[in-house]
Ligand binder design. Sequence first.
Ligand code: NAD
Length: 489
Amino acid sequence: MPVESSMLILENFIRGSFVPNEGLGFIDSYDPSTGEVWAKVPDSGEVEVDRAVLAANNEFPRWSSKSPQERASYLTKIADLLEERLEDFAIAESRDSGKPVALAKALDIPRAIHNFRFFASAVQHYLSTSSYNEQLGALNYVHRSPVGVAGLISPWNLPLYLLTFKIAPALAAGCTVVAKPSEMTSVTTWMLCKVFQDAGLPAGVVNVVFGYGWKVGEALVKHPDVPLISFTGSTAVGQRIGQVSAPHCKKLSLELGGKNAAIIFDDADLDKVIPGCVKSSFLNQGEVCLCSSRIFVQRGIYDEFLQRFREATKQYKVGVPTDASVNMGALISEQHRDKVRGFVMLAESEGAVIECGGAETPDHIPESHRNGYYLPPTIITNVSDTSSCMQDEIFGPVTCVVPFCDEEEAIARANNVKYGLCAVVWTRDLSRTHRLAQRLQVGTVWANCWLLRDLNMPFGGSKASGVGREGAKESLDFFTESRTICVKM
Ligand code: NAD
């Protein structure tokens, strides 16, 4: 796959073949590290979605009747091929999204490989339940069948990682797929289509239509032959998908935005907290839905924490993504960079203190990359809980630090946002950890760590952060329909 060539021209992947872009316009896909166009993404629409759904629908009876073991063997083959091409995929993911190549190599692509291996195994241990009821004199058991054509829509921040977290369980469960990655980061999904071909995946099992969300995504959500939609992205688009799909009574899985709290108690081990908070605030340029953007620090350690956190953040190096020594690359787009800047400038105008970072491109970014979308990691203090930067999802390298007095106050303030994705608690007190974990209104609580993921565990958000969960059992449940069968003995 020529990922280093000057301009990539992507094609839709339907019924096992790349489809020439006859009559289609293109969407420019920018390399965020330089601000230059590096790929052309087909601007597809309803016609291409119809063709893809037809292909997936035609293949569904054959794919769904294969045994879990047979389906698992394809997933394993896909994982092996991805692993062989890890380097190419990591370079492409970095060029498409602006993240450091080293991060794509260590996180994004390995996790995509793991997604396929994990669900290849999980589906073989996914057993249906049965029970004999003495009173009724009846045996009940549950049969699970794949739902049909799965519509999968994913965002730009962890492109291959998140889309494969949908494709792998959908295929393992026996669904066929029409997928739509973000129009800003479509390249690695296009490369994955070649892996599907090389793995011998039957034509029509996975189809990919590239293009805008409001065209391709919405056509998929409206399509009568797509009975389920798995979506990861913003809360606003998730709400729209809920509205548009309602007349069809579709199964929906919605993984949406976050405004996550980290809560640091005065007994916490600051030697672990400081690197932990730097990572949870700024990994992937702060463009992870799980990033901490509200850091509550108990008053007794507030000054020490702030001083050490500021120093460590200043060491977190932003730069050109191919430089192996950088921690952060460029933000996804000019528009997004300006939005993140806007939050910092608004906070400043409201009297907040910018402890480090700010709204300007760092001076050390070389001339060759000055048109890229770089911002420094930024810490903001002296903000009220009702301010925009404490309530709204910024989705960039910006975090707020505020003091608190006691446990009750920390819980109330952490819960005081419309989102409910995750929280991090830093303390050595085990009882307190459990007390907080039970009262924080989120889908995941990490204690003294962040982003450790066991795919056996359910993952998802509460409140405006989503509907449904993904994970070994949860994803396989989602992509299958249960049927209870009751036999009178
Ligand atoms: P987005 O909602 O703008 O786009 C996500 C996907 O939806 C893209 O493929 C887009 O083309 C498509 N889309 C847009 N409009 C659509 C429509 N009307 N119908 C169907 N599809 C449509 O999100 P984004 O900017 O790509 O990603 C950032 C957001 O994703 C943040 O809010 C972040 O928190 C969230 N996110 C959540 C999780 C999670 O697991 N909860 C993980 C990663 C990102």
